[in-house]
Design a protein around this ligand. Sequence first.
Ligand code: FES
Length: 97
Amino acid sequence: MSERETVRETVRFTFDRVELPAEAGQSIAAALLAAGIRSWRTTRVAGQPRGLFCGIGVCHDCLVVVNGRAGQRACLAEAHAGDVVERQEAGHADLAV
Ligand code: FES
């Protein structure tokens, strides 16, 4: 291992009841992509799949439910150990946007 490489702690969270790993400090979106999951919400009108688009918190395409709170941007939300992350389907009762 070189001096520039660091060993990061791995945390585990669930996405739709499946346990997934994330590096400490990694966004939920990055962890989902690393697990091969490319979409995690649907649009309100057409029910089309959405996932990461802008990756910087602007477009809101990446919304997920985190620990029961809908409308969380997966590209900005850090994955924490024990987080319960769920797909955000159109028509979610707590959908703020
Ligand atoms: S991908 Fe655009 S806000 Fe998250």
